[in-house]
Design a protein. Structure first.
Length: 401
């Protein structure tokens, strides 16, 4: 089953008639905002509105098309000044010609063109900041500028909301900018990531394709393999245990040119007989359901960690480095395990502990993790809250006019 077949629902019921919402991504690939944008396309279409997606191109445009989105290829990110100005004019004219009612930008890079274009066209702008950012003065100034241009700013994690509020304070934007910030936590589809709905046939299909042994626990690193050096070093420190470690993505674009380098790193670590990079797997729910533990060794201070929520929804324990994102989703020892230091020995210690949990301890973590995800990371809630925000913005704009 495609893990993205079922997305959340939303409504723009408080506005008059179907509305046209243009979402802007950096590329039609698994960049920040990709999965949220897919879910919002479905919600917008189910609400009777038009869903348009603009981006710089990419291999996954078909995922939007098959959900009924209108695709607009656009060089949404460019550091060339003249090209950016041309892009602003192009987007502004497109907004007018296509009758766009609201623009929603995912990530800040596309906002440099979309924000002034939306302003020129006289339509409201919603910006989602998906990742935590550097606290340097230059970046704070940049974020403050985007906040000033946006009608609302969505933060998918508390840490990001706090950083945005801090940037507004530092740059003297005041309470008006802070009032634009909305915390709308990211979510995953709980119908797809439900262990009770993952059939034996699906598990067997993935297991056979990977030629997994039946008698060894599976360690899985899903998605972007950031921090793989740390993980490989940690695996060597628990070499006394039996295990198989698999690096896997849903789409080829996540690894691309790094695939050979990752395989080379596995060989250099002396783990070629215990770890490998799998072919992209569309049935990530089945892959996660097969594993004993999910690992996330990335030290990048991301916001909402989708793979954490997916694993927890399926009752799989997660071992992750403590970052702003993972700390919001994992309670150490209760819903998963957080590694405090970015060193192999610390990661190995938590990983070994997780692999040797008693059945009773594993069951307790599974129950707590599932409960947390259902309370905080439901995709339907995310799409509903975002669609309600669209209504709020559109109604506010209508009153102002």
């Amino acid at each position: 089953m495609d893990a993205m077949q079922h997305m959340g629902e939303g409504d723009i019921s408080s506005t008059q008639g179907p509305k046209a919402v243009l979402q802007v991504l950096r590329r039609f690939e698994t960049t920040p905002g990709f999965y949220d944008a897919l879910a919002l396309v479905e919600a917008q279409r189910k609400a009777g509105g038009r869903a348009l997606i603009a981006g710089e191109g990419g291999s996954l445009a078909y995922e939007f098309e098959r959900r009924g989105a209108e695709i607009v290829e656009l060089p949404a990110e460019s550091n060339v000044f003249w090209r950016r100005n041309k892009n602003i004019k192009r987007v502004s004219q497109m907004i007018t010609d296509l009758g766009i009612d609201l623009v929603h930008v995912h990530k800040t890079a596309p906002a440099w063109s979309a924000a002034p274009a939306a302003s020129q066209a006289g339509v409201p702008l919603v910006t989602t900041v998906h990742h935590a950012f550097d606290s340097s003065a230059a970046l704070q100034k940049s974020y403050a500028a985007i906040m000033a241009a946006s009608t609302r700013i969505i933060a998918p994690a508390e840490a990001i909301a706090d950083e945005l509020a801090n940037a507004a304070t530092v740059m003297g934007e005041g309470d008006s900018a802070k009032q634009k910030i909305r915390l709308i936590r990211g979510g995953v589809d709980l119908d797809v990531f439900d262990s009770g709905k993952v059939t034996a046939a699906r598990l067997t299909s993935v297991s056979h394709s990977w030629r997994l042994p039946d008698d060894k626990p599976l360690i899985l690193l899903p998605g972007n393999p950031d921090g793989h050096e740390l993980l490989l070093a940690a695996l060597n420190e628990i070499s006394d245990l039996d295990f198989v470690c698999v690096f896997v993505t849903r789409y080829l674009d996540v690894v691309t040119t790094g695939r050979e380098q990752l395989n080379a790193a596995i060989r250099e670590a002396g783990l070629a007989d215990r770890a490998f990079v799998a072919e992209p797997c569309r049935d990530i729910a089945a892959a996660l359901n097969l594993c004993s533990v999910v690992v996330l060794p990335s030290a990048k201070p991301k916001g909402f960690r989708r793979r954490v929520a997916e694993a927890q929804a399926l009752g799989r324990p997660v071992v992750a480095l403590r970052t702003d994102g993972t700390a919001e989703q994992i309670e150490d020892g209760v819903t998963g395990f957080l590694v405090e230091k970015n060193v192999a020995s610390a990661f190995a210690e938590k990983l070994k502990h997780c692999l040797t949990l008693s059945d009773e301890a594993r069951d307790k973590i599974q129950a707590a993790a599932c409960e947390t995800v259902r309370a905080n990371s439901d995709l339907r809630r995310m799409t509903t809250e975002t669609m309600n925000l669209y209504s709020e913005v559109l109604n506010q704009t209508a009153i102002a006019r």
